[in-house]
Design a protein around this ligand. Structure first.
Ligand code: HEC
Ligand code: HEC
Ligand code: HEC
Ligand code: HEC
Ligand code: HEC
Ligand code: HEC
Ligand code: HEC
Ligand code: HEC
Ligand code: HEC
Ligand code: HEC
Ligand code: HEC
Ligand code: HEC
Length: 307
């Protein structure tokens, strides 16, 4: 996704046809317009279609500020949400202005076309610009609609892959089940979940953060929710929250293992168990070890190791 190179000089006028979605919109518009012609009393259509020849006079070189005086809502939209379009003059986009006349002009012909200034910045799969960029005066306000939904994988291939190769029940949700309303929105887990029956928060385990999202995702990456990983400095109390028996056992009888963090023997990925030999090498002659099924045969369990 690169933008700069895809921008033509604004003045370059291309022969172009409107996108299919735009075309559909326009067919609809035209149908409404036609019905207005048949039923002039309809309030909705009267609003959409100013009476013929009733546009205010405007000069050919009217500056943007003057357009804005009569179109204050568009001016506000551009100023607050226009992004880079806030720096484009009205007339750079609107080549024909006040030209739409019911039954005489085709709205499609006077409408600004994206591809006069932009090529296809997202490649050839996502070319129906207005299906996602629904409001040209606020081009980055993108609703989480069907069209966007069908494009997630094009722009976020890694996450699309993650959620599939680490199957959890999240795999069967739509991206927009969580990322609803508008593009870029991040959900909090509690929209759908009770937090571990209320215990995580109340336990005081996760102390510094008041953001519940941080708490959950510090353990559960949302796109691979059961791939719980722990940093090397995770305190034993975090584990003890769910594994109080293991914790008790480790502390009941003091051994040199008692002084270790859980994470020393269970590093990184949750449920990892380090082999004794990874830390102790070969502490006894091989011949001797061969006769026993495991270290545990003499040393018992790691949480209460026998000397
Ligand atoms: C499937 C939905 C979708 C379609 C279709 C789509 N876009 Fe986008 N576009 C997006 C999203 C999402 C972003 C990222 C917005 C952000 O950065 O917050 C974006 C960003 C952009 C950007 C700014 C960043 C960049 O990549 O250059 C431009 C320019 C742009 N789109 C133009 C277009 C044009 C022109 C078309 C039609 C040829 C189009 N888009 C079609 C969803 C879409
Ligand atoms: C980046 C191109 C672009 C710029 C800049 C732009 N427009 Fe538009 N405008 C459009 C497009 C495309 C449409 C039709 C589709 C839509 O509404 O998104 C439109 C529609 C309109 C409409 C009719 C529909 C509506 O939304 O009310 C008015 C009025 C309008 N523009 C006025 C303005 C004024 C005034 C300015 C400058 C202050 C301006 N536009 C700047 C692209 C632009
Ligand atoms: C004196 C007030 C006034 C000025 C100045 C003005 N407009 Fe309009 N414009 C209107 C009215 C009234 C309508 C019809 C109702 C509506 O759509 O808002 C209209 C409609 C439009 C439309 C939709 C219909 C069509 O045929 O395109 C666009 C786009 C538009 N204006 C753009 C502009 C631009 C760009 C400028 C500056 C070059 C401008 N206007 C200056 C009052 C004005
Ligand atoms: C008159 C030229 C012109 C037209 C027509 C035009 N744009 Fe743009 N657009 C620009 C310019 C200039 C920029 C800023 C370029 C840049 O980011 O380098 C821009 C930026 C954008 C951005 C990114 C905004 C940001 O702040 O990053 C999006 C999205 C976008 N345009 C979508 C569209 C869509 C969708 C249409 C059709 C409805 C359209 N544009 C029509 C000139 C235009
Ligand atoms: C056309 C490309 C495009 C499409 C389609 C697209 N995105 Fe994005 N998305 C982007 C870009 C570019 C960013 C980075 C924007 C930024 O950093 O502000 C982004 C950012 C995000 C973010 C993070 C926002 C943040 O604040 O960190 C989320 C969440 C997101 N997208 C979800 C989705 C989902 C879900 C879909 C499909 C429903 C989707 N996107 C479709 C291009 C796209
Ligand atoms: C839009 C709703 C929604 C949101 C938001 C959401 N989840 Fe889920 N999650 C679900 C559903 C539905 C299930 C399946 C529940 C079931 O079948 O019992 C699920 C299941 C899970 C599972 C168990 C997975 C499995 O395969 O057994 C975990 C762990 C999980 N969610 C964690 C989270 C975390 C952490 C967050 C925040 C990052 C989160 N969820 C946000 C809807 C959601
Ligand atoms: C169960 C809810 C859920 C589902 C389903 C989901 N996401 Fe997310 N997503 C999140 C949460 C929560 C975050 C915020 C993570 C954070 O802040 O670190 C996020 C973050 C993102 C981001 C921002 C970048 C990042 O890595 O944090 C993108 C992009 C994104 N998701 C895209 C997608 C796409 C594409 C899909 C579908 C393939 C999808 N998500 C499905 C919950 C979900
Ligand atoms: C300290 C780490 C940690 C935190 C923080 C955490 N979880 Fe968990 N969660 C786990 C572990 C570990 C499991 C068990 C995973 C397994 O069985 O493989 C789990 C299981 C789950 C499950 C599936 C099993 C069940 O109980 O239904 C859901 C849903 C879940 N967590 C949601 C959440 C939510 C929501 C939050 C935030 C409020 C959260 N978790 C915070 C570690 C954590
Ligand atoms: C939110 C609860 C939760 C937290 C926090 C948690 N676990 Fe677990 N853990 C579980 C669940 C649930 C299982 C699965 C139990 C089962 O399958 O019988 C499990 C299983 C395990 C296993 C056994 C793997 C096996 O193959 O038998 C180990 C080892 C483990 N956890 C270590 C840890 C360590 C170390 C921590 C702290 C860094 C930790 N856990 C934090 C819930 C948790
Ligand atoms: C010296 C290394 C070591 C330390 C420290 C350690 N463990 Fe273990 N843990 C093991 C080994 C090895 C096993 C496999 C069973 C065995 O051989 O004893 C295991 C098994 C487990 C299991 C699954 C079986 C069971 O007993 O429930 C859990 C849960 C567990 N450990 C949690 C913890 C927690 C929580 C801590 C910290 C309070 C911890 N471990 C500290 C080495 C260790
Ligand atoms: C993460 C590394 C690690 C793992 C894995 C580990 N240990 Fe240890 N173990 C230690 C350390 C460190 C000591 C203390 C050594 C010292 O002070 O010289 C120790 C001490 C011991 C001791 C002496 C206990 C005492 O109190 O004097 C025995 C016996 C022992 N380990 C056996 C085992 C067995 C059996 C396993 C596998 C079930 C195992 N260890 C796994 C790190 C580990
Ligand atoms: C046949 C029983 C037996 C088996 C099997 C066995 N050990 Fe030992 N281990 C002992 C005895 C006895 C000692 C000496 C205790 C002492 O010096 O007080 C010992 C000492 C140790 C010590 C040194 C404790 C210290 O104080 O420094 C470590 C570490 C250790 N063993 C680890 C292991 C590991 C790892 C395995 C598996 C690869 C293993 N042992 C298998 C019997 C066994």
């Amino acid at each position: 996704m690169k933008s700069k190179s895809s921008i033509h000089p604004a003045k370059e006028i291309a022969k172009n046809s409107p996108s299919p979605v735009l075309r559909q919109l326009l067919v609809l518009f035209f149908a409404v317009a036609y019905s207005a012609f048949l039923f002039p009393g309809n309030a909705l259509t009267a609003e959409l279609n100013p009476p013929e020849n009733n546009y205010p006079e405007i000069s050919k070189d009217m500056p943007t500020e003057e357009c804005m005086q009569c179109h204050p809502s568009i001016a506000t939209l551009l100023r607050t949400k226009g992004a880079m379009h806030a720096h484009v003059e009205c007339r750079q986009c609107h080549l024909q202005v006040h030209a739409y006349i019911t039954g005489k002009t085709n709205y499609a012909d006077i409408l600004p076309k994206c591809d006069r200034c932009h090529a296809h910045p997202h490649g050839e799969e996502l070319t129906q610009c207005s299906s996602c960029h629904q409001e040209a005066h606020a081009p980055l306000e993108i609703p989480a609609n069907r069209a966007l939904s069908q494009g997630c994988y094009v722009c976020h291939p890694e996450l699309d892959k993650d959620i599939k190769i680490f199957p959890t029940k999240h795999t069967y949700l739509y991206c927009t089940s969580c990322h609803h309303t508008r593009h870029g929105r991040k959900p909090v887990c509690q929209e759908c979940h009770q937090p571990h029956a209320g215990r995580i928060g109340a336990s005081g385990l996760i102390t510094d953060s008041t953001n519940p999202l941080d708490q959950c995702i510090s353990c559960h990456p949302p796109h691979k929710a059961l791939k719980v990983t722990y940093p090397d400095d995770t305190e034993n109390t975090v584990c003890a929250f769910c594994h109080h028996k293991a914790d008790e056992m480790l502390r009941r009888k003091y051994t040199k293992h008692t002084a270790l963090l859980c994470i020393a023997c269970h590093p990184g990925q949750h449920k990892t168990i380090k082999r004794c030999k990874e830390c102790h090498g070969t502490p006894h002659p091989e011949d001797m070890l061969k006769k026993f099924s495991s270290c545990g045969a003499c040393h018992g369990v790691a949480h209460s190791v026998v000397r």
